[in-house]
Design a protein around this ligand. Sequence first.
Ligand code: V47
Length: 398
Amino acid sequence: MNRLQRLHVERSGLGAIAAKVLAGERLDREDGLLLYRHPDLLAVGALANHVRETLHGDLAYYIVNQHINHTNVCVAGCKFCAFYRTAKQPDAYVLSPRDVERRMLEQIHEPIREIHMVGGVNPDLPFDYYLEVIRTMKRVRPEVHVKAFTMVEIAAMAENFGMSVEEVLRGLKEAGLGSIPGGGAEILTDHAHQVLFKGKIDHRAWMEIAKTAHRLGLKSNATMMYGHVETLEERVEHMLLLREAQDETQGFMAFIPLAFHPENTRLSHLPKPSAADELRNLAVGRLMLDNFPHVKAYWIMMTPRVAQAGLHFGADDLDGTVVTEEIYHRAGSTSPQRISRRQLVVLIEEAGRVPVERDTLYNPVGPQPDRAAPERPAQSTRPIPGASGPEAGMGISP
Ligand code: V47
């Protein structure tokens, strides 16, 4: 932070939090709430940007990827979802492994590094279906990273097939699964679970599966879907639970706040998210989740414009080219369904950041930009043991 920004943050009344951030001290529940309630969004953003730049300098990551939703049939009945169908509805679908192959072949000319696949909780699909889909993806593009199936889908597989979560994960991993996307976390509290998504696992199970995956060497992301029935306290609680789990496993790569899109859902009376709320959630996430390496501004749901601004509110990643997105588009997203690699690069450059193409695990790929990130790889904003001075704690743990 430069002197002017520091003065601004102090005058805004966030001096105590700023001092903690600059000293690398962990923020607590009350700090989280204050950051949510504070009227000066730019001051909150400046603090988050400081952490973001300490970790990643000017770099902003993107990936060339393809999203495929293999089925919209789901028995969970979540109130926030515009995507799911019952098996009997006329527009219910399941993609066969051959269909998945076809979708991939349509994009075979693109240098895709990741397939992101999630779908509904569909009890009619056998375990072999999931294995076959993964094997097909690896056959069509052996080099592709398969990031697939949320903790919710994995829980359902374990239950439906009489297997332990560990057996499911080992089977999927053997077939070629590379990591797990961050979906299905919603808001990790009993209240949100009861009101919104009681047809699927609660936060205890979500976290246990995440930790099991991490222990088996599968990295994952973590989302937070906000802006529906939850309170600010619940958002902070969600972040604290993630932070605690991350202390244990170090298995989460990115935190991805997702603003609720109400159209075509049973909560369609709720307002659409504001850009200010989206930016604030990125910023609070960046500040509270001091042990998460990355914060993602998922352009598909934020729109490219707000995601660009997000790169100055704590986010260091825009996600990817995506190709075909259904979950938000059914819920009223006005973003395009795909974006080219060139467009992503331009979006990042226009925002004053330096684009870095990455793979799923955040290894840079392709030609590297001239300007580098801070010397050490991003892992945590916790203090470096033994370091001193007012900004020492903003360093990165070894
Ligand atoms: O689990 C569903 C959310 C998630 C709505 O890991 C909604 O890299 C807002 O998890 N309004 C799926 N949100 C998407 C997801 C994701 C996206 C991008 C990257 C990654 C990653 C993961 O979307 C669901 C749910 O939490 N969601 N419906 C809605 N109407």
